[in-house]
Write a protein that binds this ligand. Sequence first.
Ligand code: ADP
Ligand code: MG
Length: 347
Amino acid sequence: MQVRAIGIVKEFGAAAAALAGVDLDVRSGELMALLGPSGSGKTTLLRVIAGLEAPDRGRILFGDEDATTIPVRKRGVGFVFQHYALFRHMSVFENIAFGLKVRGRERPSRDEIRSRVTRLLALVQLEEYGQRRPSQLSGGQRQRIALARALAVEPRVLLLDEPFGALDARVRRDLRRSLREIHDATGQTTIFVTHDQDEALELADRVTILNGGRIEQTGTPDEVHDTPSSAFVMSFVGESTSLPVRILDGTVRFRDRVLGVPGEGGRDGPAALYLRPWDVAFTDSDTALAGTVAMVRRAAGGRRAEVKLDGPGQEVVEVGIPVGRSVARGETVRLEIRGGRIFAGRP
Ligand SMILES: Nc1ncnc2c1ncn2[C@@H]1O[C@H](COP(=O)(O)OP(=O)(O)O)[C@@H](O)[C@H]1O
Ligand SMILES: [Mg+2]
């Protein structure tokens, strides 16, 4: 089911709008991540899509149907929240079956409910756990059951709000992988909220980045990482440091030095050059930028050196350390800037 949000505005009292005009287009069968810092409007957008919150302006479309005023119970959405309490007094089986049993006239037969719950238990790899109580499960297992319960009613769209947020790193990684596998098996249109960029980039078909109630960019994980459309996206997704530069006649200048980075049609004047760790390299050239290694640290993708540049600004850039290169704190190094992205304004 395609889900669209068109011109959504939502304000709570006098504060800045939680959503300040949001357009989102989630394709049928897609796994879309909503990524942004705390307070950027992710939960509010998810609640508006669910029908738990009415927008002040704008529309929600499910396929071609205007769903804006359809109440939550009739909208056909499944939810999983960070703390989505299972019913403690019910077995795992009964928890998953609950949404089907309360359906009134549309309630499936006993046999149909039994076979559907059994299939869902297999899907979340907890076949043997149907008769347990939620209190007998780990946190990760409980979230799998919450997922099975959300899927039981065959929702038109599955909405997940930081579902793994309360779990430890190892369990999160496992659940991330299971969610992707379950999504691939069911083809369920899914919108997934997270503030964790690794989770979003690893899991999602596309990522929408929110900032202050507005969408900064929507794209595949590669697109938002490799061609960020704003300085915010560049710094929020992936590692980066920035330097204050000046654009003059299409060249990029740092202090008096012309860098080997294209000005990308930027206007003459001050700008910010954002660098990924591999946009900067160590060099032997005596005339290159000089600096001192302030710190060496290990990151997911290898080692990083934090280098404080000599000179008045004492700017800091982060450099990817090639395998086999030894770098010590306090060492004087020379740097070559080989790439990076220019954005208007100062860093
Ligand atoms: N029920 C509410 N009442 C008042 N303000 C709210 C309410 N819900 C959200 N907000 C405000 O709206 C903004 C966005 O919140 P939220 O959507 O929860 O962000 P996120 O999920 O990205 O952390 C925040 O400034 C938050 O304080
Ligand atoms: Mg939230």
